[in-house]
Design a protein around this ligand. Structure first.
Ligand code: NAD
Length: 320
C-alpha cells in the first residue's frame, strides 16, 4: 500500500485530497494545526502539529513515505492577503514550513513531492487589462507579484526545484487559480470571492443589496474542487514536473459572477460596489500547457460548480 502524507490536511483542498487518496487505496497521514471543520477527516492517522516546527516535519515524513503533498500555508482571501496587515506572518510562516519540508523530503528520499503554488506568482503588469490577462507559465519572469503571498510562493517554487536539481527530489509544482467548492472557508475572514459572494447573496433579502469590493469589473476564473484534485493526481502520475497552471479558462467579471449567483439563488439582488481589497484587475488560467502535457481540462462549468457550492453555503447558514 502506498503511503502519502498530506500537509495542510485540515484545510479545504487538503481534506478533499485526503478523501481522494484514500479512495485510491493510499495509506494517508494528515498533518495540520487543526482537523477539518466541516467533515470528519478520512486520513488513517492525523497529526495535529505546527509545521513551522522542524520536529513536527521530521516526525510526519519518514523514509517509508512515498508521496508528500505540501498544501499547508498561511493564506486566505483578498481580505487577508491584500491589505498588507498580514504580510510578515504570511511570508515567515509559509517560508518556514517550506524550508523544513523541502529539506526533510530530500533527507527521507520521498518518492514524489507536490507543492501547491498559486496564480498570485504572476506579475501584476500582465494583469492590468481585465479582458486580456496574461498568465502563461513562462510569463512569471521578470517577477512582480502583487502580494507578499505571491512572492513567498515564487520563492518556495524555486526552493523545491533547487532541491530537485541538487538532491534529486522528484518535485512537482502546480499554480492553483481560485479553487472553490463545498467545505471551503465561507465566513471566517479567510474566504475567497466565490464563497464570500455566495454567502452575501444567500444572506440578502429578495431585492436586497450585495456589496462587492472594487468596481466589480475585475475578472477572474474559478475552478471546482473535484477538477482541481483530478489535475493534481494527473500531475503526480505523470513524468512532468511543472510548474503548471491548474485553473479554469471560464473568465467572468465579479459583478457578472454575482448576478450568476443571484440567478442560482432565485433572488434579484442589487450590486453595490464599495471600496475594498481586490487584487489584480484581471486573472484567468492559461491551460495550454496542462492540456498538452496532461491532457487535462475541467469537467465542471462555473454554473454547475457554483450551484453545488451555493447550496452547501446556504445549508451552513441555515444550520447556524
Ligand atoms: P486552507 O487555508 O483551507 O488550508 C491550508 C491549511 O494549512 C489550513 O488548514 C491551515 O491550518 C494549515 N496550516 C497553516 N499553517 C500551518 C502550520 N504552521 N502548521 C500546520 N498546518 C498549517 O487553504 P486551501 O484553500 O486548502 O489551500 C491549500 C494550498 O493551496 C495552500 O498552500 C494555498 O496557498 C494554495 N492555493 C489555494 C488556492 C485556492 O483557491 N484555494 C489558490 C492558490 C493556491
Amino acid at each position: 500500500m502506498k503511503k502519502a502524507v498530506v500537509l495542510g490536511a485540515g484545510g479545504f483542498i487538503g481534506s478533499h485530497l485526503v478523501k481522494r487518496l484514500r479512495s485510491e487505496g493510499y495509506w494517508v497521514t494528515g498533518v495540520d494545526l487543526v482537523k477539518p471543520i466541516y467533515s470528519q477527516t478520512e486520513a488513517n492517522e492525523f497529526i495535529i502539529g505546527d509545521l513551522r516546527d522542524v520536529n513536527v516535519v521530521e516526525s510526519s515524513i519518514s523514509k517509508s513515505t512515498d508521496e508528500v503533498y505540501q498544501l499547508a500555508a498561511d493564506m486566505g482571501g483578498a481580505g487577508y492577503i491584500f491589505t498588507g496587515a498580514n504580510d510578515a506572518h504570511v511570508m515567515h510562516n509559509s517560508a518556514l514550513i517550506n524550508l523544513h519540508v523541502a529539506h526533510r523530503c530530500a533527507i527521507a528520499k520521498v518518492g514524489k513531492l507536490f507543492y501547491s503554488s498559486s496564480a498570485c506568482v504572476y506579475p501584476e503588469h500582465n494583469q492590468l487589462d481585465p479582458e486580456n490577462p496574461r498568465c502563461n507559465e513562462d510569463s512569471v519572469y521578470p517577477a512582480a507579484p502583487d502580494s507578499e503571498y505571491g512572492w513567498e510562493k515564487l520563492f518556495s517554487e524555486r526552493l523545491y526545484f533547487s532541491f530537485k536539481r541538487n538532491h534529486g527530489l522528484n518535485t512537482k509544482v502546480a499554480r492553483f487559480h481560485n479553487i472553490y467548492g463545498p467545505e471551503g472557508a465561507w465566513d471566517n475572514g479567510k474566504e475567497k470571492a466565490p464563497a464570500a459572494i455566495c454567502r452575501k447573496v444567500a444572506k440578502s433579502a429578495p431585492n436586497g443589496t450585495v456589496e462587492i469590493w472594487g468596481d466589480g469589473k475585475q475578472t477572474r476564473s474559478f475552478l471546482y474542487i473535484e477538477d482541481c484534485i483530478d489535475a493534481v493526481r494527473a500531475l503526480m502520475q505523470s513524468d512532468f514536473s511543472g510548474p503548471v497552471n491548474i485553473g479554469s479558462e471560464e473568465m467572468v467579471s465579479i459583478n457578472d459572477f454575482t448576478q450568476m449567483v443571484a440567478k442560482i439563488s432565485g433572488k434579484q439582488v442589487n450590486v453595490v460596489n464599495i471600496e475594498g481589497p481586490t487584487g489584480v484587475r484581471g486573472r484567468s488560467s492559461d491551460n495550454r500547457l496542462i492540456s498538452s502535457k496532461l491532457d487535462w481540462a475541467p469537467k465542471y462549468d462555473l454554473t454547475t460548480g457554483i450551484t453545488i457550492t451555493y447550496k452547501w453555503i446556504e445549508e451552513q447558514l441555515n444550520a447556524q
